[in-house]
Design a protein around this ligand. Structure first.
Ligand code: NAD
Length: 334
């Protein structure tokens, strides 16, 4: 029998996790919960998902002609695991509900590490999530950093990591935030919280980060600077990164995040998603004993395969990280 997955919060992340779960042979979507009756709710219905909502929203949904399968509480009862994709900090308020129902739960990067005590990246610490009840899949930026820092640390030892994060100001479908014409150092107090977040997955790494918000919606871009323990060349680093299944090298006239997003669309990927870290391999450089490179991260989608692997680890569907990663990659088309 398949593992029954519920999605609480059907926005940017939730709708993508739902589609990715639906592609797996060992899990199925038993329902999605949405607070508002909008186009996404209608789309979920059209895809055949059962739509649930908060008890006080049932009337609003039905008024818009959307048939509701029940309340969030009822959805939880029918599931083995819930993937909470509600907005950051809202997720934490659902913990009581999940605990009372005795259901396993996954939260996203907008929540604090302390909510679950287990922060997850498939390549880095799959084993830590085996059989766990509560897991947090780290943010898009942290996921992107773990995917490169963890293999480089294993191979060469990362003595010191210094990273500048150039962040998209809003998601493409977002009309709430900005800036639309400014560069915003954020946070101004340094270093930024992104470094400590990486340490929730790779505890002993020496990392410091700074972050800047830019008027773009397309992707984040990381400038990565590392001191490594072991002496190595740029080619050695390139060959370790080339082995990572969720890393893609870009070149061939791709000089910006815009062209990467165009490539994702040309590849025919659902929603134009780019699940892999995109590294300009031409940028991988050893300069005065330190490593430098650029990578772009598609914030809306890089955490999606990680959510699938987290479900597999928590439900102990697969005890081997590389096997789970392989299944997820194959089914999603990575
Ligand atoms: P979003 O705003 O796009 O979607 C959230 C959804 O939850 C919306 O559909 C909203 O209607 C619904 N919702 C709000 N309150 C709810 C409630 N009480 N119960 C059920 N549903 C409710 O948000 P998002 O961008 O998908 O972010 C979700 C989580 O994923 C956050 O923790 C965020 O930090 C994290 N995350 C976001 C991104 C990104 O770039 N968008 C990347 C990685 C991780």
């Amino acid at each position: 029998t398949k593992v029954k997955v519920a999605i609480n919060g059907y926005g940017t992340i939730g709708k993508r996790v739902a589609d990715a779960v639906a592609l797996q042979d060992d899990m199925e979507i038993i329902g999605i919960a949405k607070t508002r009756p909008n186009f996404e709710t209608v789309m979920a219905k059209d895809k055949g998902f059962n739509v649930y909502t908060l008890a006080d929203r049932v009337g609003a949904m039905e008024k818009e002609g959307i048939e509701v399968s029940g309340t969030v509480e009822e959805m939880i009862k029918a599931a083995d695991v819930v993937v909470d994709c509600t907005p950051g900090k809202v997720g934490a308020t659902n913990k009581d509900l999940y605990e009372k129902a005795g259901i396993k739960a996954i939260w996203q990067g907008g929540e604090a590490h302390t909510l679950t005590g287990c922060s997850f990246n498939a390549e880095t610490n799959y084993d830590e999530a085996l059989g766990k009840d509560f897991v947090r899949v780290v943010s898009c930026n942290t996921t992107g950093l773990c995917r490169v820092l963890s293999p480089l640390d294993k191979e060469f030892g990362v003595k010191k990591a210094r990273v500048t994060l150039l962040r998209r100001a809003a998601d493409p479908g977002d009309i709430k935030t900005g800036p639309i014409n400014a560069i915003v150092p954020n946070p101004i107090k340094l270093p930024s919280h992104h470094g400590p977040d990486v340490k929730t997955v790779i505890p002993n790494i020496d990392i410091a980060t700074t972050a800047v918000k830019l008027p773009t919606t397309l992707m984040h871009l990381h400038t990565i600077n590392l001191e490594l323990e072991k002496e190595c060349t740029a080619e050695d680093v390139e060959s370790v990164l080339a082995e990572q299944s969720r890393v893609r090298f870009v070149g061939q006239g791709i000089t910006s995040t815009a062209e990467i997003m165009e490539l994702a669309k040309d590849l025919g990927r659902s929603r134009g998603d780019m699940w892999e870290n995109c590294i300009w391999n031409e940028s991988i450089t050893m300069y005065e004993g330190e490593l430098y490179f650029f990578q772009a991260i598609h914030q809306e989608s890089d955490v999606i395969p990680e959510n699938i692997d987290a479900i597999r680890a928590m439900m102990e569907l697969e005890s081997d990280a590389s096997r789970s990663i392989e299944i997820t990659n194959k089914t999603m088309g990575i």
